[in-house]
Ligand binder design. Structure first.
Ligand code: KG4
Ligand code: ZN
Length: 342
């Protein structure tokens, strides 16, 4: 089964053709990052307009690269939640209209389910159940994936997502947008033990965490140094911050492994590209004798291939979008987008 998938939830317009949920026939990503970098972050209306301008071109490129015509496509999928709503609506509505014009099913996909499914494309043997750490720009979650469309949230952030914390710290350090890759690169040259930064603990919820205290500590440190006219060691602050994020996420995943008895670990989302996080996850997997699945770097960030992978399993579960299918700015990973109201 060939699925044409569209992704437009943030600042990447992407289209891909995926066969049976596992094989990438094409994967086109048109990034608006240079436009948004001028503003230091994503400007929602500019993102929506950018998707509108790019979506036809990107879709045609995906069909061309897959050596497919529209008639070869068995279903059309699109991210329908969560994300910047104006941006999501462009891809979702385009996907729905394309499905209608071809007389094929439309498959609404949850973006975070897609991030997890990126691993199905890289690892043919990977099947649920497995335990997942989701760390993206908008979400940080510990999720037990019981089946391809069956999820249980067992922990998560009480405030900022990990990627958001990276992006905010990058702004404070003046390294620009998007922050994650820039902090990762800067941290290579720094000492992760130089600055003492706080760890978060949520009372009576050992699998939950928070990044707001860490973010405030970095802001205060930079501000105080600025007032005293002192130079901060930006590379070491980046490294100390990155180490604090890793120290927040990885031990909680370890606790979740011991609580659930999981033997298979998956990481998903943009922050899964982080070099320190990947190294710490390898160590954890060895210590806990688990098999670890890390998405290849090219599939960590937003792409449509991952949406096409998840869409296949949504199709098998009968989750077809009706003509009135809506899109949503927020939706839990546990929610079935075909049945969501409003
Ligand atoms: O998953 P994603 O592409 O978007 C959402 O679904 O939210 O994640 C984007 C996030 C951004 O916050 C970006 O700064 C972060 O992932 N990111 C990284 C790295 N590469 C991307 N964070 C840390 N280290 C990286 N190497
Ligand atoms: Zn994403």
């Amino acid at each position: 089964m060939r699925i044409l998938a569209i992704e437009s939830s943030c600042d990447e317009t992407a289209a891909a053709v995926i066969e049976d949920g596992r094989k990438i026939l094409s994967n086109i990503i048109d990034s608006q990052v240079e436009t948004h970098a001028l503003y230091g972050g994503v400007v929602p209306e500019i993102a929506s307009r950018g998707h509108m301008q790019a979506v036809v071109r990107v879709t045609e490129a995906a069909l061309r690269e897959a050596e497919c015509t529209r008639d070869d496509i068995d279903a059309v999928a699109a991210t329908c939640a969560p994300g910047l709503i104006g941006a999501v609506l462009v891809g979702a509505n385009f996907g729905k209209a394309l499905a209608l014009s071809l007389g094929r099913p439309f498959l609404p996909v949850h973006h975070i389910r897609g991030h997890i499914a990126a691993n199905y494309l890289a690892y043919p043997e990977l099947e649920p159940p497995f335990l997942t750490l989701v760390a993206s720009g908008g979400h940080s979650l510990l999720v037990m994936v019981r089946g391809y469309t069956e999820f249980e949230i067992i922990g998560g952030t009480r405030d900022d997502a990990a990627g958001e914390a990276f992006d905010k710290t990058a702004r404070v350090l003046g390294v620009g947008y998007p922050g994650g890759p820039k902090i990762d690169a800067l941290a290579q040259k720094g000492d992760p033990k130089k600055y003492k930064l706080p760890q978060s603990h949520v009372k009576d919820a050992p699998l939950d965490f928070s990044f707001s205290g860490l973010k405030t500590a970095v802001i205060n440190l930079a501000h105080n140094a600025g007032q005293k006219g002192e130079e901060i060691d930006r590379a070491s602050l980046a490294a100390s911050f990155q180490a604090a994020v890793v120290e927040t996420l990885v031990p909680r995943l370890g606790l979740a492994v011991r609580q659930t008895g999981a033997k298979h670990l998956v990481c998903a989302g943009g922050v899964a590209a982080n070099s320190a996080l990947r190294a710490a996850l390898q160590n954890l997997a060895e210590a806990e004798r688990c098999k670890l699945y890390l998405p290849p770097l090219a599939l960590c960030g937003d792409n449509a291939a991952m949406i096409g992978a998840q869409a296949y399993y949504e199709y098998l579960a009968g989750n077809l979008g009706a003509s009135g299918q809506n899109a949503y700015a927020t939706a839990e990973i546990t929610e079935n987008l075909c049945r969501k109201r409003g």
